[in-house]
Design a protein around this ligand. Structure first.
Ligand SMILES: [Zn+2]
Length: 228
């Protein structure tokens, strides 16, 4: 038996994703107008299961209850092509942890766009666990380069204690590029969030300095005149 999402859950996932694909390399819109019929729209979005809806499916988790399996927390909004892609090879190429990071980053970006009105979301940073080490990745999803990029990865022990951190200088991040670096595992090993918090500092093409936290909130930290 399949634990399918209800129509309400599908709509919730779509709306939380801004009706755009959550794959950070895609992010295409999944709805639009029918050009042939003014009374119709076209949708090609999919509420995909992170852990499969049924036995032997991609990333199936037997520990989940039926309720957990069909809940919004087990879903990710994707375009049709990316929904097909993640299930190829029975999901072996797209782990649960990766899809959770996609979802988290995408929802943060959509929230940021919702609250600031900026569709250009700037640099995003995150850490992925790979064969016993952390890989720090910085992505520039825009069509302009970002300069002087410095990323910091934090281990969060508890909210009252200071962070242990790693700083990586990436320099310039070209348009549409993701740059990565390995960071020592032991320094970031235990995080209550499951993966370390990443903060990125950079300068945009207008000479404005930004500080982005993992939460997707953008703070303008300083304005630099071009000829200072
Ligand atoms: Zn897609």
């Amino acid at each position: 038996m399949r634990d399918d999402f209800t129509a309400t859950t599908k709509r919730l996932l779509a709306e939380r994703a801004g009706y755009r694909c959550s794959n950070p390399d895609c992010r295409k819109t999944t709805v639009g107008p029918s050009t042939a019929d003014q009374a119709k729209s076209i949708s090609q979005g999919v509420a995909a299961h992170i852990c499969a809806a049924q036995d032997n499916g991609p990333r199936y988790n037997s520990e989940q209850t039926a309720l957990q399996r069909k809940s919004a927390s087990n879903g990710i909004w994707l375009c049709g092509a990316c929904a097909t892609l993640i299930d190829k090879n029975n999901g072996a190429d797209f782990k649960e942890s990766v899809l959770q990071i996609w979802k988290e980053l995408h929802e943060e970006a959509v929230f940021s766009e919702l609250s600031t009105g900026q569709s250009d979301i700037g640099l995003t940073g995150w850490c992925e666990e790979e064969n016993g080490s952390w890989i720090l990745r910085i992505k520039n999803p825009t069509t302009a380069p970002f300069l002087d990029c410095v990323a910091r990865a934090y281990r969060v022990e508890n909210f009252d204690e200071p962070f242990a951190d790693i700083e990586v200088v990436f320099g310039t991040i070209p348009p549409r590029q993701t740059i990565s670096d390995a960071v020592p595992y032991e320094n970031l090993e235990s995080s209550m969030f499951g993966h370390p918090v990443v903060e990125v500092e950079y300068t945009d093409v207008n000479g404005i300095d930004w500080l982005r936290e993992r939460t997707g909130r953008i703070r303008k930290i300083e304005f630099r005149r071009p000829f200072d």
